[in-house]
Design a protein around this ligand. Structure first.
Ligand code: PLP
Length: 428
């Protein structure tokens, strides 16, 4: 497969952009080789600048649950662009989007729009600290909540890919207030709360971890977190930037039937445009300025283009769509597992609705330690074999894959067939 134009572009990009990319994992540092430059997408497919077609399992890192070029969403954005790109003043669309989120996610009584998942989690943490009057927070090793200082401690996603446990530039004093526990380990959380009673403002958790592959919660884990936070007077924050509207129309909390105090959203809620949101209990949200004393603001927050893309996307997420996405993901994972077995390759998989993770040379993956024991070199060879045969996976062993409602049987079968012909047996 000829990708020479991409290779030319990354050389040019490196002269003007650090590492040639505007977000680290895009650089292919984890898997090696040159990143692919894309210029269009259609349904489950993306096309690079050399006109190669790929079945896309990145989906812009999650937002593209309706596939690329979803016409009603494109039309909604174009119609809004023709009216105005933004005002920095209230618009009716913001209310409609807030109402749409509140209707779908029962724990959210009020919601504030921001411009990224990072802003959403950073603001939710400030709110939790302001509301409780406590400084410490608890997160889980390998979970990623964006790149704000407090949360860039033992994080997943690009930090994991690049092997950076704690980033230089995060003051030690800030990191000291971020406590860590292993994901899916409720007794570790109990021990930390016993050590710091009434000192922890909140637990922030990805209800399905998606930044160290895909790791669902073990039974009782999320309920246990709710129990512990309620008893201690801390808040429970579900970071649903990735899982929000991806696994269920009520997000992961709708699927597991748990109501956190606060929820952060991003990705799908912006329909592919730069958006985040945080919301939750009305009494907590009322602490946000201008209603309350906790400051949070944004020049472009609630931007009309982003709001129109988000609204259109949410309005197309019905039960039939989730059923389709879940079936396509089941078929993909089952097909890959069957091939791995045929080629005698040990591969563990996790998947929930439209999210999946593939882990080589481990049997079961429930936490960061299990992920760390997986064979990254094997994943990297697998990744390149897939790429060279028209399948675009996230360029890191530590990222979840995403399936859209447009991944029909043709796209899924093409993926599995490429894998059979060129994949495990030959490549690994
Ligand atoms: N939280 C989670 C769970 C995420 O997966 C991400 C990004 O992947 C973020 C927060 C940060 O969002 P953003 O990249 O939009 O800042």
């Amino acid at each position: 497969m000829n990708r020479s134009t991409s290779s030319d572009l990354i050389r040019r990009a490196k002269r003007s952009i650090p590492g040639g990319v505007n977000s680290p994992v895009r650089a292919f540092k984890g898997v090696g080789g040159d990143p692919v430059f894309f210029n269009r997408g259609n349904g489950p497919y993306v096309y690079d600048v050399d006109n190669n077609q790929y079945v896309d399992y990145v989906g812009s890192w999650g937002p593209m649950i309706l596939g690329h070029g979803h016409q009603p969403t494109v039309d909604a954005v174009v119609a809004q662009a023709q009216k105005a790109l933004g005002f920095g003043a209230p618009t009716e669309g913001e209310i409609t989007l807030a109402e749409a989120i509140i209707e779908r996610v029962p724990s959210i009584e009020k919601v504030r729009m921001v411009n990224s998942g990072t802003e959403a989690t950073m603001s939710a943490i400030r709110l939790a600290r302001g509301f409780t009057g406590r400084d410490k927070i608890l997160k889980f090793t390998g979970c990623y909540h964006g790149h704000s200082d407090s949360l860039l401690v033992k994080a997943g996603s690009g930090v994991l890919t690049l092997g950076i446990p704690n980033s230089p530039g995060v003051p030690a004093a800030v990191a000291a207030d971020t406590l860590n526990a292993p994901f899916n380990d409720i007794s570790a959380v109990q021990a930390i709360f016993a050590q710091y009673p009434e000192q922890i403002a909140c637990i922030i958790v990805e209800p399905i971890a998606g930044n160290m592959g895909c790791i669902p919660p073990v039974e009782g884990f999320l309920e246990g977190l709710q129990d512990i936070t309620r008893k201690d007077g801390a808040l429970l924050i579900f970071d649903e930037v990735m899982t929000g509207f991806r696994v269920h129309k009520g997000s992961a909390q709708g699927m597991y039937n748990i109501q956190p105090d606060l929820t952060t959203l991003g990705k799908i809620v912006g329909g592919g445009l730069p958006v985040g949101a945080f919301g939750g209990r009305a009494d907590v949200m009322s602490y946000i300025a201008p209603e309350g004393p906790v400051y949070q603001a944004g020049t472009l927050s609630g931007n009309p283009l982003a709001v129109s893309a988000g609204l259109s996307t949410l309005s197309h997420l019905d039960d039939a769509l989730y059923e389709r996405v879940a079936q396509a993901t089941d078929a993909l994972v089952a097909g890959l597992k069957a091939l791995a077995a045929k080629h005698k390759v040990q591969m563990a998989t996790n998947h929930v609705c439209g999210m999946f993770g593939l882990f080589f040379d481990v049997e079961q993956v429930e936490n960061f330690d299990h992920v760390s024991n997986s064979n990254v070199e094997k994943f990297n060879r697998f990744f390149h074999a897939m790429l060279d045969n028209g399948v675009y996976l996230a360029p890191s062993a530590f990222e979840a894959g995403f399936v859209s409602g447009t991944h029909n049987s043709e796209a899924i079968e093409a993926t599995i067939n490429m894998y059979d012909v060129f994949g495990l047996g030959n490549a690994l």
